[in-house]
Design a protein around this ligand. Structure first.
Ligand code: ADP
Ligand code: MG
Length: 336
């Protein structure tokens, strides 16, 4: 089956944001993406959450016309990503997992060149390049060759390039990978501003926290399929909020630790015997010092007790009962 004979019918309910219906992509025996439905209303943010190999980049590539779907259909800005690919490209920005800027040019020249690709008048391209360099903290390095940039700086420049054309729909594939916490926060702020200004944003991430911070809706992918979807609050309600993690000195204490923790638990605790660790979704307002006292009273010899945010792994545990499949995508038999 090729895309050649496809009807150009848009997915049901197509609008100025992003819609996908039964989207699939097959590489040989492997379905990298399978029966994926998406609905990203204009001006909202979708967080595509999943481990390595889940199918995030594949989805982004199809939606940005870089790959053809093997099944289903999708629209971006009201246009069919296959039949109207060229027009889709005029309305989107993409910052990929790997920076695409030219190392042999300066940051400023890179951006001005992108401006020319968008047919911006020279003066406007220059002004916009300057503004983006400033907002992304690159102004001081604007005239230095990009090949001397750190990974984080390259990624920020790549993002700036994707914003030169002021695209109504923006796709960011793991945008904060390689950024330090400060850079990550700055980027989140910038993205929030863009979305408040009406931009539709699809971003991928391996971090629940990031999806939670930015997204109006989250879709969790595992081996190409959607395993959970909904607003962050809903997902977090299913997963539970913070975790308290206790690491023990020896295996003996595992059972009594789990028992002592249950007094503070908001859901099932998980014991990892090989790691001598018990993890519990903590009830809101739980104080760490009370937990330590309770463990002490139960005679548990704890090496470490700490609080952490829920992670993607916690999502998988809550929705599928397993840790998901980081870097071990199963080859799925061809259907029919
Ligand atoms: N061009 C390709 N050819 C063959 N397999 C691919 C290709 N691109 C991706 N895959 C496979 O598809 C699955 C999903 O990959 P990808 O979409 O890159 O996942 P993610 O971005 O979530 O890490 C992986 O198993 C990957 O190895
Ligand atoms: Mg990827």
């Amino acid at each position: 089956m090729s895309a050649a004979g496809r009807s150009t019918a848009l997915p049901t309910g197509a609008h100025d944001g992003v819609v996908a219906e039964g989207l699939g992509k097959r590489y040989g025996e492997l379905w990298a993406l399978r029966e994926v439905d998406l609905d990203v209303p204009p001006g909202s943010v979708l967080g595509l959450l999943g481990h390595n190999g889940a199918g995030k980049t594949t989805a982004i590539r199809i939606l940005t016309t870089l790959a053809l779907p093997s099944a289903g259909r999708a629209s971006v800005a009201g246009l069919d990503v296959v039949a109207e690919a060229a027009r889709v490209r005029e309305r989107i920005g993409l910052a990929g997992q790997y920076a695409t800027v030219d190392g042999l040019l300066s940051a400023r020249v890179n951006l001005e060149m992108v401006g020319r690709l968008y047919h911006l008048p020279r003066a406007i391209a220059r002004a916009r390049a300057r503004e983006l360099l400033e907002r992304l903290g690159l102004l001081e390095k604007a005239d230095i060759l990009v090949r001397t940039f750190s990974g984080g700086m390259r990624r920020r420049l790549d993002l700036a390039a994707s914003l030169m054309g002021e695209p109504p729909v923006l796709f960011l594939d793991e945008p904060t990978t390689g950024l330090d916490p400060q850079g990550r926060n700055d980027l989140w702020t910038l993205l929030r501003e863009l979305v408040d200004g009406g931009t539709t944003l699809v971003l991928t991430t391996q971090y629940l926290e990031e999806a939670d911070r930015l997204a109006d809706n989250i879709v969790v992918l595992d081996r190409g399929r959607i395993v959970a979807a909904g607003p962050p609050e809903e997902l977090k309600a299913r997963v539970g909020g913070e975790r308290i993690e206790v690491t023990l000195a020896s295996e003996e204490g595992l059972t009594s630790a789990a028992e002592a923790l249950s007094a503070f638990a908001d859901g099932q605790s998980v014991t990892a015997p090989e790691e001598l660790r018990v993890t519990m979704p903590a009830r809101a307002g739980t104080r760490l010092v009370e937990v330590v006292r309770a463990l002490d009273a139960a005679g548990v010899d704890a090496l470490d007790v700490h609080r952490r945010e829920a992670t993607l792994d916690d999502v998988f545990l809550a929705v599928t009962g397993s840790h998901g499949s980081p870097e071990t995508p199963a080859t799925e038999a061809l259907a029919r």
